[in-house]
Design a binder for this molecule. Structure first.
Ligand SMILES: [Zn+2]
Length: 470
């Protein structure tokens, strides 16, 4: 006798989801999925920006790291993988899965984070964040291409889909099979961060129509980006205005993706004679190192970028560009007469070489500070974006007299409408949506919008919440 649909339902494998991090905050992604006897983490990121971040980051995990079987890493941003050394230090020896570019980008990202964190003398970080632990992580790490099947158990498999956010960025889809034959699979999709497609470099975010449960980012859940179509035009105008004023244009930027995207855009502007040739400095050892990795993964670029770059003998290089690896070279940038452009990290002006340039150039009204990315609460970048007249940098109060310009079109994240469209594609199937990785008002706004516009159950979970999905 065929079991009734009801009996089949009962025979489904259970799946339990715990929100261990990345709720009420854009950063610190860390989710635990338990299904078919496996304990699986999706991301293990650092919380960044707030004063409480240290306590949050180095407090005990909500689970036993030794009991975790697999860690899936959606992409190589530190807020998605920065606590891997802590996981290793506490005994995790399972497997780590990501796409191959994420695996390649992870080591320089973790090493750079180590160099910043070990200056913090508390929390025994010099014992947790060690080169050995980063090496152990690398040894446990395996790359899978987009759509490659990852068989975890007979009834549980996973695969990566292109998120279009940064090089190698992926959504992770888990397919949980029915306990009895003849039943239907259930799909759980973790978005990681979703790209603001179309991106200059990457393919668009893949459309997904068949997820049953969706755990999605909500960084810009409550806002739309202006100017996406005009972003290159705005960038051109900012560079030209600065040139005419004979100023220094300072661009704090994330070393990963945004730097390469800007180089690609400026490369286009230079080669099409849209902007005058002037010294342009990529003043970030990490961005320089990551750009080398980008050159090895050209097949992950979108078609247009591949074509443009195939005509170009030197990838991410053009007349006027200087990559300043050493700090002596970085200091000499001050001596170079204006007009000039300086691209440096960190993206939220909370450290890195950009802070030296900001201290030097922000007080002069001929200069320009260009913000192109998300600025976390509590960071100097957020304060400058909000229009403060003085900002504390390197222990000094610095007057902000330079022009401050924001181009949101270069954001690496989907905006509110983009996120809603993403969910709308699976409207016929999805049962529950969990909005995570956003500030509370942003997540709540998106939740309300999903309920009102699409009539789908949506929630903004709280830290530590656990739910039985089925
Ligand atoms: Zn990201």
């Amino acid at each position: 006798m065929r079991p009734s649909a009801k009996t089949e339902d009962k025979e489904y494998l259970n799946a339990r989801l715990t929100f261990c991090g990345g709720v009420d905050s854009v950063t610190g992604a860390n989710f635990l999925l338990e299904a078919d006897g496996k304990k699986i983490l999706v991301d293990c990121g650092l919380t960044q920006g707030t004063k409480l971040a240290d306590d949050i980051n180095w407090a005990p995990f909500q689970y036993d790291p030794k009991a975790i079987d697999i860690l899936f890493v959606t992409h190589a941003h530190v807020d998605h993988l920065g606590r891997i050394p802590k996981l290793i230090a506490e005994g995790f020896r399972g497997q780590i899965f990501s796409t191959p570019p994420t695996r390649a980008l992870a080591s320089p990202m973790l090493e750079d984070t180590m160099n910043i964190l070990v200056k913090n003398k508390g929390f025994r970080l010099d014992e947790i964040y060690t080169p050995e632990n980063i090496k152990i992580a690398h040894g446990l790490w395996r790359g899978f291409d987009y759509h490659e099947k990852i068989q975890i158990t007979d009834r549980l498999e996973a695969s990566f889909k292109n998120a279009g956010h940064i090089l190698g960025s992926a959504m992770v889809e888990f397919t949980v099979g029915p306990a009895a034959s003849g039943g239907v699979n259930k799909k759980i999709l973790f978005t990681g961060d979703l790209g603001n497609s179309p991106s200059p470099l990457l393919p668009d975010t893949e459309m997904v129509t068949d997820a049953d449960y969706l755990i999605m980012e909500s960084v810009y859940g409550d806002r739309n980006h202006e100017s996406r179509n005009e972003r290159r035009h705005y960038l051109e105008a900012v560079i030209e205005d600065n040139y005419k004023r004979k100023g220094a244009l300072i661009i704090p930027t994330f070393s990963l993706e945004r730097s390469q995207e800007l180089l690609f855009e400026i490369n286009n502007l230079v080669e099409n004679n849209r902007i005058p040739v002037m010294p342009i400095f990529l003043d970030s050892p990490l961005a320089i190192r990551l750009t080398e990795i980008f050159k090895q993964y050209k097949e992950y670029f979108n078609q247009n970028a591949r074509e443009v770059l195939s005509r170009d003998k030197y990838l991410f290089n053009f007349p006027g560009l200087h990559s300043t690896l050493h700090s002596e070279e970085s200091r000499l940038i001050n001596e170079v007469p204006n007009p000039k452009v300086v691209i440096a990290g960190s993206g939220m002006s909370s450290g890195g070489r950009i802070v030296h340039h900001e201290r030097h150039y922000l007080p002069d009204p001929n200069n320009t500070l260009l913000l192109t990315g998300y600025q976390s609460v509590g960071t100097p970048g957020r304060l400058i974006a909000e229009g403060v007249k003085t900002v504390r940098i390197l222990g000094e109060y610095v007057n902000v007299r330079a022009h401050v310009v924001k181009i949101s079109g270069y954001s690496g994240h989907k905006d509110s409408d983009g996120l809603l469209d993403f969910v709308a594609n699976m409207q016929d199937r999805v049962k529950k949506v969990f909005a995570v990785m956003g500030e509370p008002k942003s997540s709540m706004f998106l939740v309300q919008k999903i309920r009102d516009h699409l009539g789908i159950e949506a929630y903004a979970p709280e830290q530590g919440d656990a739910v039985i999905l089925f």
